[in-house]
Design a protein around this ligand. Structure first.
Ligand SMILES: [Zn+2]
Ligand SMILES: [Zn+2]
Length: 334
């Protein structure tokens, strides 16, 4: 006789046993298909608990949000979601290549609305014309927007509520933008962060005025790239570090469901990086892993220094603030 049990997700009776648990065919298919880049589909129409009531044998509502969160909850999220580590890396590389392409070649259209670039709809970019040159604020906007676009195209944000999606973007965009900028400079064999075409991170007037110490500006420019150089970090490692950073569940205001989802993804990325280190560096793997995780501290320090710089800038140069557009763009992210 074939043994049957309750599907761990929808509780319907099944004889299929996968990943060490009873999992019905329909839930298995659902979870595998949830990788596909569906567009966003609104919030849960109940109170995010469609799949929580158990043992009542009632049919669960058709809610993709809650079904997906339940799948993650019961432990279906493993690296096998991407078949193997090489596929996970390929997947993240592909998203990052799109981000870099957008960052370097595109600009925002004239109808860009600073009020809604953090919602579900993707931002519409337009190809940059040859005569368009960016100053540091123009590049900063594209740096942040292309990072947000990469985060939006990941497989899990579509299962966050629209509120959580905003909190997720706000919590993750800066480190993502900074790590990828440092990565580009590092692979161009440079020892400091700057925007493309030699555009400095800071307005020329700031350096000329000399009110903010040059040492401090240099620390911001060099600390993160310096760490990359010291570790001779690989592209795979930076991409995994960035994934661990953007899936950080300690985001202000994020709901419990949102925190849980992010933390499952962060565990997946962290254990994948550890596995990568053990395979590549053998007995030095654990030490390498610790050194890589320390990159996150350096990134956070640089982020804090940038915040410090911004308050100094406001204090010393109240007359030279960026344009209104930049200010209202940045206000959405603060
Ligand atoms: Zn099921
Ligand atoms: Zn629901």
């Amino acid at each position: 006789m074939i043994k049957t049990g309750d599907c761990v997700v929808c509780e319907s009776s099944t004889h299929l046993f996968k990943h060490g648990k009873y999992l019905c065919n329909s839930c298995d298919l659902f979870f595998r298909r949830s990788m596909e880049p569906w567009s966003f589909f609104g919030d849960c129409k109940h109170s995010w608990d469609c799949y929580k009531v158990s043992g009542t044998r009632k049919k669960f509502p058709k809610c993709r949000h809650c079904r997906f969160n339940k799948c993650v909850d019961v432990g279906l999220l493993t690296v096998s979601r991407y078949t193997k580590f090489a596929d996970l890396i390929k997947y993240l590389f592909c998203l990052d290549a799109n981000r870099e392409h957008t960052f370097l070649n595109f600009s925002i259209s004239s109808d860009f609305d600073t009020n809604n670039f953090l919602d579900e709809k993707p931002t519409r970019f337009i190809k940059k014309t040859h005569d368009l040159t960016f100053d540091c604020h123009g590049w900063a906007i594209m740096n942040k927007l292309s990072a947000i676009e990469k985060l939006r195209s990941l497989d899990f944000p579509k299962y966050l509520s629209s509120k959580d999606l905003k909190y997720f973007f706000k919590g993750a965009y800066f480190l993502e933008a900074m790590l990828t900028m440092a990565m580009r400079c590092y692979f161009c064999k440079e020892d400091l962060m700057h925007f493309p075409h030699g555009v400095d991170l800071f307005p020329v007037s700031v350096q000329e005025a000399g009110k903010i110490k040059l040492n401090f500006l240099n620390l911001i420019r060099c600390q993160l790239v310096g760490k990359f150089i010291e570790l001779k970090i690989t592209r795979e490692e930076i991409i995994m570090i960035s994934a661990i950073a953007f899936s950080n569940p300690a985001v202000p205001d994020l709901s419990f469901t949102g925190q849980n989802l992010l933390s499952c993804y962060q565990k997946l990325y962290t254990s994948s990086l550890l596995q990568y280190c053990l395979t590549k560096y053998q007995q030095n793997g654990p030490a390498r892993f610790c050194n890589l995780v320390a990159v996150l501290n350096v990134a956070t320090q640089t982020y804090e220094n940038i915040l410090k710089y911004l308050s100094l800038y406001q204090y010393f140069h109240p007359d030279k603030q960026p344009c209104k557009f930049y200010q209202s763009f940045q206000r959405q992210l603060d």
